[in-house]
Write a protein that binds this ligand. Structure first.
Ligand code: C5P
Length: 220
């Protein structure tokens, strides 16, 4: 099996670029952020504070998270319910970042991710794929963009979905999430030593996909 690990901060366009690149390569695209979001949604729905590590860990045995692939791509199931849309709400982003700092949550989602890579050629995107989940991935890319550019893109995305977005607030949330993801003790966001840096600040969507494919094809 061939694995491509793509890590990077929130809103760098990782998911859309990775999804498109996976399609071009005929690989299964695994968006691991969606798994953390599903766990976070469970906590929010059950009145559990996502930053309360003990309470989150205690709730985990009742949680099931699964992936299903349909013609339009990856769907995430939380206790059997398709929550692919619900996990995109902004309040779930912060909750996901909180939950993802809980070691038991990372452990809980680990085998689901490695299992996918054992069965399929995958292009997996997340924060710790090249460093922790798939340390032997054949290609590792750290995909990033400036915080301002990421905030602009996230606002545009939300607006397209009809959700009102405030640029300053989005930028603040992105910076907070970067801070939290980079400084947590378990599996912090950082480029794997053997990763290739891809900065998309100056690239449009097509350009980012092309660049990513170029990096992958050089290593296949
Ligand atoms: O990628 P996305 O923004 O959907 O991820 C939501 C949150 O899940 C991130 O802020 C990060 O804290 C966490 N995450 C993680 N490890 C991953 C993927 C996501 O910690 N592999």
């Amino acid at each position: 099996m061939f694995s491509i690990a793509i890590d990077g901060p929130a809103g760098a366009g990782k998911s859309s670029v990775a999804k498109e690149a996976a399609k071009a390569l005929g690989f299964v695209y695994v968006d691991t952020g969606a798994l953390y979001r599903a766990v976070a949604l469970y906590m929010l729905r059950h009145g559990i504070t996502p930053s309360d590590a003990e309470a989150v860990e205690a709730a985990l045995p009742a949680v099931t998270v699964d992936l299903r692939y349909e013609p339009d791509g990856q769907h995430v199931l939380l206790c059997g319910e398709d929550v692919s849309d619900a996990i995109r709400m902004p309040e779930v982003s912060t909750a996901a970042s909180d939950c993802s700092a809980v070691p038991a949550v990372r452990k809980f989602l680990f085998s689901l991710q490695t299992g996918m890579a054992e069965r399929y050629d995958v292009l997996m995107d997340g924060r710790d794929i090249g460093t922790v989940v798939l340390p032997n991935a054949q290609v590792k890319i750290f995909l990033t963009a400036s915080a301002e550019e990421r905030a602009r893109r996230r606002c545009r995305q939300l607006k397209e979905k009809g959700v009102e977005a405030d640029y300053e607030k989005t930028l603040r949330e992105i910076r907070e999430r970067d801070e939290q993801d980079m400084n947590r003790e378990t599996a912090p966001l950082k480029p794997a030593e053997d990763s290739v840096l891809l900065d998309t600040s100056e690239l449009d969507f097509r350009g980012s996909v092309e660049k990513l494919l170029e990096i992958v094809r050089e290593r296949m």
